[in-house]
Design a binder for this molecule. Sequence first.
Ligand SMILES: NC(=O)c1ccc[n+]([C@@H]2O[C@H](COP(=O)([O-])OP(=O)(O)OC[C@H]3O[C@@H](n4cnc5c(N)ncnc54)[C@H](OP(=O)(O)O)[C@@H]3O)[C@@H](O)[C@H]2O)c1
Length: 261
Amino acid sequence: MIDMRMDQRCALITGASKGIGYAAATNFMKAGANVAIVARRPDVLEEACATLRREGKGKVVGISGDVSKAADCTRIFATAEKELGKVDVLINNAGTHQNGAFEDATDEIWQADLDLKLFAAIRLSRAALPGMKARKWGRIVNVLNSGAKWQRHGSAPTSISRAAGMALTKVLSNEGAAHNVLVNAVLVGLIQTDQWVRGHAKENKGCTLEEYLAEMAQRIPLNRVGTAEEFANMILFLSSDAGSYVTGTAINVDGGMCPVV
Ligand SMILES: NC(=O)c1ccc[n+]([C@@H]2O[C@H](COP(=O)([O-])OP(=O)(O)OC[C@H]3O[C@@H](n4cnc5c(N)ncnc54)[C@H](OP(=O)(O)O)[C@@H]3O)[C@@H](O)[C@H]2O)c1
């Protein structure tokens, strides 16, 4: 029987008041872990903490901060370590949609994308690695998107930040392996979260959200957009002892959408 219990484990999850991060935190709570969740808006974060506390007996800590800022990353990690006692599992998940024509992306847009999607993972992993190595147990999961492998037209800067995230995953997995610190990436295709509620409102195509998602689903071999829970199941697997022989890989959880294996 597969064992994905996380009793006594402490997980720090960024971008976790909503969507995929919140679903991951829910899984960790149900599996017996203690969690620290990060997001910028304190009110939404507190609401998420209150709901999560009903999912399990573990401790839930909400840390308000912006992971695209170096000083916030330092404070976030220190707070998580202080409140939970240790960080065994780091889920680098915070991010947002940022695509467009290459020539329209200014230096500021590039820098903001790299700060949020690459440097946040670098800074938090650098903070987490020493403790994980010393305890001879650690997991880092980087949530990326299919652009990491499949750089489509109009996908800058995201696909470049994500491809760098995949390289970071491999480098960290090499450095962590001798210490039983396993590092993997999970690649999103289209998962139904607030990201698409915002996209639907912004694009204002005159269709319902359901019609908007159904149109997107036509690009997916499984013919539907995935749920945050389906995606979070892979995060839990990789974070638990069940995933003890998996490191240095990037797994598509996208209903078959990415043409690259
Ligand atoms: N859903 C998809 O189909 C899809 C597709 C491609 C990639 N992804 C990637 O998957 C990850 C999760 O996406 P999602 O769809 O679950 O997003 P979501 O539903 O929009 O939730 C994003 C979460 O991250 C937090 N967040 C955003 N920016 C942050 C920052 N700078 N610092 C700290 N927290 C921040 C948000 O809270 P606050 O706003 O309060 O900070 C929220 O809790 C992201 O990296 C996203 O780019 C998702």
